[in-house]
Design a binder for this molecule. Structure first.
Ligand SMILES: C[S@@+](CC[C@H](N)C(=O)[O-])C[C@H]1O[C@@H](n2cnc3c(N)ncnc32)[C@H](O)[C@@H]1O
Length: 400
């Protein structure tokens, strides 16, 4: 079916709600229309950029009537820069929509008919919260910033409103250095800020890939710009507390453990902890962090979770297993391995509600009950959200 709009490729639509992925949902002429950067209740004149079957992908030409939660996006790069896609919404609307996105994924993908009540913890800062970033460089054109939305063109950004002030200052210094060294073949730069100083990878502008130190609650962590560390530091104490909750006992497992953000607090509560992380530099820092804390009851395995599951042998299922995989979630073989391992309780920390829901569906079919779901607004001004799900083992799986 073809859309017949005001012209061949324009249409007036009313946005019903925001979907996982952050796009607005509308219907017109028998088609489902996905509109980027929309707010619920917006009446928009849109341009249809692409049609796939009965789905049209559209961008806003004119806001005919703004929805009740629409505000003026404060960032001048909004719309072109691919970094933020929720600046058009009040902060409360962003929070409400993230809860709605998680509920939608649980119902539609995980097939949980009545999901538990989902609380969301707000970010202490709606702006200037990013303590880690990945910048893109186009040396030929002298550009530094982020990829444009759905593109690998670099959007040149002088000022990024979600960056921690130390990283904003670093960005300005890096920009000046890149102008002085136009022939340096750099495509991408990772940066992170610690309690004192910043770490930049690759080194540039007098900045090195220095080791950083961060105190989170009562624990201290060492890491650098090459290793993963969470973006929004103020939310980490409540996230860690909620993830571990009142769990304690003999054995815990921390999968995708990075530099040990959850490993250290787990080691205070369990007799023995196994941490599994594939990236060798991250496990080097994890061991340093454990040594520094005087913790001796942890085994750190530098292995992919798939490899670790192949080799792990224990007579007893672990009391508690925490997993915090990358955005893609777990491979099928990992979810099956978890079901065979049969930890009594699981805490699943995820930065993508859709892949979380996909994995929860299999865990529930494998004998786990979904006990609670909580959200943490790690990434204000974007549709991204950190979700924590707690599960407990109920019965022997009929699938294995
Ligand atoms: C979202 S981060 C979480 C790290 C840590 N839990 C934290 O909060 O700081 C995911 C981590 O998984 C690691 N990773 C990615 N794929 C992996 C795999 N297949 N097996 C083990 N670790 C993996 C990455 O190197 C990264 O450190």
């Amino acid at each position: 079916m073809e859309l017949t709009g005001e012209t061949n490729n324009t249409q007036v639509v009313e946005v019903e709600r925001v979907l996982p992925g952050g796009v607005g949902l509308a219907h017109a002429e028998g088609m489902t229309v996905f509109v980027s950067l929309a707010a619920p209740g917006d009446v928009l004149r849109v341009s249809i950029d692409r049609i796939q079957g009965t789905v049209a992908f559209a961008s806003i030409l004119e806001i005919v009537k703004p929805g009740p939660e629409r505000i003026e996006p404060p960032c001048p790069y909004f719309g072109r820069c691919g970094g933020c896609d929720f600046q058009q919404l009040t902060y409360q609307a962003q929070l409400d929509m993230k809860v709605e996105i998680i509920r939608d994924c649980l119902q539609r993908i995980a097939k949980v008919d009545s999901p538990p009540e989902i609380s969301i913890t707000r970010s202490a800062s709606e702006w200037r919260y990013r303590a880690r970033a990945n910048w893109q460089v186009d040396s030929a054109e002298g550009l530094l910033g982020y990829f444009e939305a759905r593109s690998n063109l670099v959007c040149d950004v002088d000022y990024c409103a979600v960056l921690a002030p130390e990283l904003q200052e670093t960005m300005e210094n890096v920009r000046r250095a890149l102008v002085r060294e136009p022939d340096r073949p750099i495509r991408s730069i990772d940066v992170a800020v610690g309690d004192e100083g910043v770490s930049v990878d690759p080194p540039i502008a007098g900045f090195n890939t220095d080791t950083l130190k961060r105190t989170i609650g009562t624990e201290t962590y060492y890491f650098n710009a090459e290793t993963f560390f969470q973006v929004n530091l103020e939310l980490l104490p409540p996230l860690i507390a909620a993830a571990i909750a009142d769990n304690q006992g003999k054995t815990a497992v921390d999968l995708y453990s990075g530099v040990g953000l959850f490993t250290l607090p787990l080691a205070r509560r369990f007799e023995h902890v196994t941490a599994v992380e594939a990236y060798p530099l991250a496990t080097t820092f994890a061991r340093l962090n454990l040594d520094h804390a005087g913790v001796e009851n942890v085994t750190v395995a530098t292995l992919s979770v798939v490899e670790w599951l192949k080799h792990y042998r224990s007579f007893e299922p672990p009391d508690f297993l925490l997993l915090d995989p990358p955005r893609a979630g777990c491979e099928s073989i990992v979810v099956n391995g978890l079901i065979s391992l049969r930890p009594l309780r699981i805490a699943y920390v995820s930065c993508d509600p859709a892949t979380l829901a996909r994995d929860l569906k299999k865990l529930i079919a494998g004998g786990y009950r979904l006990d609670s779901v909580a959200a943490f607004d790690m990434f204000p001004q974007t549709h991204h959200v950190e979700t924590l799900a707690h599960l407990s083992y109920q019965k022997t799986s009929s699938l294995l």
